[in-house]
Design a protein around this ligand. Sequence first.
Ligand SMILES: Nc1nc2c(c(=O)[nH]1)N[C@H]1C(S)=C(S)[C@@H](COP(=O)(O)O)O[C@H]1N2
Ligand SMILES: [Mo]
Length: 244
Amino acid sequence: MKRRNLLVGLGAGLVAGCSKVGQSEPMQTLFDWSERLHNGAHRALGRKALAREYAPEDISPFFRGNGTIEPDGGAYAAHAAAGFADWRLAVGGLVRRELALSLDQLMVLPQRTQITRHDCVEGWSAIGQWTGPQLSTVLQMADLQPEARYIVFRCADRLNGAEYYESIDLEDAFHPQTIIAHRLNGEPLPVRNGAPLRMRIERQLGYKHAKYLTGIEAVASLEGIGRGEGGYWEDRGYQWYAGI
Ligand SMILES: Nc1nc2c(c(=O)[nH]1)N[C@H]1C(S)=C(S)[C@@H](COP(=O)(O)O)O[C@H]1N2
Ligand SMILES: [Mo]
């Protein structure tokens, strides 16, 4: 409980600090902390930089959906009809504390709101405002084991018969703009954009931003997951590191 209060306190400080783009004390503290926790991981200084954030007037009038725009099957439709009241985000793998978080539980965590540009390799971009807790907050609640090197995202949809999934390293996982978004432009996520939860990983290309998020898994290796390349599109030839 003590530890949790500390985390929530840190997160609240971080959110407050974020209005002053990027160099606030709490943010530095969080980075120092995550570095001490995961000092085995590679981290280049440049990757800590924030992606550009935009002004409200820059927001695209329509944020298109791409890839899956509505997961097949009765289970998702039933969740949607119930307003996603029973949706759970499972957090597991190499953690000391497994979690199953409801949307309400995610919404009471400190929130970050950011207006960013999404770039899809298919040649389109859109600017949107995203809100949700930072992934780092949830990972700290779950308490990563030292062997954890990657975070894998599980999704409710399939593309061409295969499960959509993605993965990032701990550098991106603890980046302040990596959030579990539940709102787009101040409204609950539309189904086409990944309702009820989707990742925003702002230093990465569009296909890394897993939609219809059902699970977060800490792993030591990407072997044995999908075809082993770290994501649905990576398994089909795209780069695993899609940094922008
Ligand atoms: N679960 C899931 N996540 C996904 C996809 C998908 O098909 N399924 N498509 C990806 C691609 S290629 C892009 S560009 C973005 C599109 O996000 P949008 O639908 O909100 O525009 O989601 C990414 N995340
Ligand atoms: Mo994309």
